[in-house]
Design a protein around this ligand. Sequence first.
Ligand code: ARG
Length: 577
Amino acid sequence: MEEKKKTLEQILGEWMADAFHKALPENALRDADLSVTPATDEKFGDYQCNAAMGLARVLKTSPRKIAEQVLASAPAHEWVDRCEVAGAGFINIFLRTDRLARHLEAVEEDPSLGTPAVGADKTVVLDYSSPNVAKPMHIGHIRSTVIGNALDRLHRFLGYRVVADNHLGDWGTQFGLLIMGYRHFADQVRLQARPIEELERIYVASYDKSREDEAWLNEARRELVKLQQGDPENLALWQLFVDLSMKEFERIYRRLGVTFDLVRGESYYRDRLSDVLERLRSEGLAEESEGAQVVRLEEEELPLCIVQKSDGGYNYATSDLATVQSRMEEFAPEAIVYVTDERQQLHFNQCFAIARRLGWRVNLVHVWFGLMRLPEGTFSTREGNVIKLERLLDEAETRALALVREASPDMPETQQRDVARAVGIGAIKYADLSQNPQSLITFTWDKALAMDGNSAPYLQYACARISSVQDKYRERFPQGDPAQWPIILGEPVERRLALRLIRFPSVVLRAAALYRPSVLADYLYDLAQTYSSFYQNVPFLKAEEGVRESRVRLCGLVVRTLRQGLNLLGIETPERI
Ligand code: ARG
């Protein structure tokens, strides 16, 4: 399609910037934000630019004057009907309705709905989910999985090469105790039935024993050293723990529809740890302190970071530095993005500071999220475990099944179950993704499954309804061919809908750039609501020929945008609900 590589915001932004540069002295514009954004209110046009306000101080004149001067030098633009200076000095841009309609016709032809492939030739490593072997997955890992997977899909859609790496916690001091626990306490039946629960039980038993039995503790240490030195028997046990844990994690991933490119884990980098330390020492970054090796980060106002303990063991930070180095060598990524809960902020700040000091050129990003409160009692005893998480998913599907049975009593049972699975899992994911990840949220079933609120079922149901409108058209007008008719935006509500539709590419770009799927979720909800006021306010099948076909085309664009958007959030959209 035309102007393929640009969003409308970019097109208008370039035009505006050009006008500013024509009208004003270059030095005044150096750091100015000349961007154009959708208008906050219809009264203020379709798009707006607020740059004049910021420039008034520099130019010592009124913002309105600046805005007028800029508009006087703005060349005509095919998209722009007219502009107005309003209020304190806002530039309001009114678009040409026919141009908008032609653009939508072009978007229809484009599989990516007008979204530019800004990530072509760029690689992003996404480090997400990353639970720990032999320990239960907690709700933080589920959030990391759901948010990380949405970021994964968003980036792929934008053309990035994404390396999704599940960085398992599979190497650490717990394995000595675990090996001892396995040899003395393991119950094979339980281990097969509920591997992680059993691994955790034997670990705790071994840990408790080590507290009162020094010989036990020493033996566990020896087993750990043997493992680290590559003793085949201990390595085989370690591999067993990893495999058993992974098998259970995978059940969750399958249900959530999540796949990774790599599942490497910390162990993959273990042979690089001493090199990292060597490097830190030779660059004068690491120094000895009470027998340990530390990096002082006073300049960054961070606490010092221990990179090797006094017993010679390496730390989490050392492991992550080795991981960064390895990923840079192998993938030359533009960015490495980590998705974890808020408790790891200090850790990543320290790692990123050290990487900067080492002169490593890669954009390191920590996407963190706060805790989510779950329904009363879901995770009462411990912070949560896989089994309980699975129960949460089961409950979502059961509740969704009741909704589906009510909405479509005539649907065959197996289809009802399929739909319920998509709706239930979608509800859980959307409840997570539609929130600002950094605020404390409380999950409630009512909100997650609300058919009339900002929820996955609402959006999924909207998709199904719009598809059925298209079906009805085909039934009533089997000879009809909407593609033969132009899109007409005659009614204000149609124009409003069109303005929403053309925003999709810039929304996707922003959601990815800010690492915030909620930007997309907000947009989808707004689009669905705009559609519903469109549908309620104009006749459809009863409209005259031509207008009717145009409306069918708009419907098609809305449903494609909604389905594509939900897909980017990892949420399925069944044909019918
Ligand atoms: N395994 C860690 C945990 O469960 C998360 C790992 C995050 N990724 C990383 N590269 N440090 O807390």
